[in-house]
Design a protein around this ligand. Sequence first.
Ligand SMILES: NC(=O)NCCC[C@H](N)C(=O)O
Length: 307
Amino acid sequence: MNMQTQAEPFTLQRRNPGGGTAPLRRWGFANETDRLTDVLLGSPAHLKHLSTSSLSRKHLREAPCNIQVAQAQHAELVAAYQHFGVNVHVHDAQPELPMQVYARDSSVMTPYGAIITAMAQWWRRGENYAAIRTCERLGIPIYDMVTAGTFEGGDFNVIEEGCVLIGCGGARTQEEGARQVASWFEAEGWEVRIAFIDEYYVHIDLMVVPVADKLTAVCEACTDPAVVDWLKGKGHEIIDVPFQDTMALGCNFMSLGCDRVIAPTSSKTLIGKLRARGFEVADLDMSEISKTGGGIHCMAQSLKREA
Ligand SMILES: NC(=O)NCCC[C@H](N)C(=O)O
């Protein structure tokens, strides 16, 4: 029997309310640092530089994004995934969705299927419906959909197998949404920690991103020290990313597993520390596209990772 015949059928709600939902065979991952085989990206075809956050507003005032350059930078990102042998899946581009390039946010992959989130800003809400269609097209069963307030995918941060850090800034992910998702994963037997952050930072994946097993990049200058202690208490080594780099999305990179990382060129300290540890780092100039408020991690959703 091949993988395809073993794949679970597409469904709109796979979650077992009492917990014990079976992990998927065809899609998903145990953690965010195993070898990435399939990634979901969004097209920048209809990207617009909108006033979405303090960070994007600052660039909008000073030097708005050159969309053509941003699109070329995104093409380099796609090429990098392909270079590393990752299968790239892309949402169908829709002119009504100017932020669809940030594929991390409208849905979230889990070991049990995708969560359809609930975007906070009206110009991103349609991305949730588009994500349902993408799941149907790719045959990814939906675990569940967020119905209690708003919840954005950049706030669902799998720290290690069976452990998730949920960001809650209020403006994007509301406490109601965070608690609903937390309750699902607690029922599955996961350790769940909610991190309250200032809405200035938009999502928790601006400041905390897993690199490898027990190795996590954190901007210690803006991350709650209790979260840093919690990570250390779990045996994680921390790679500290400077505040200024973090504000330029320098802590927002993608682990491909097997000591390979895609990171923004501007994040010199992180790249230096990773290379010193023997990591292969593909560094890409993301400076133009990131003016619109997100980085490499925000633009990617792991669909499948293999141990
Ligand atoms: N996970 C992320 O941090 N995503 C970045 C989203 C950027 C987009 N301009 C937004 O503000 O929604």
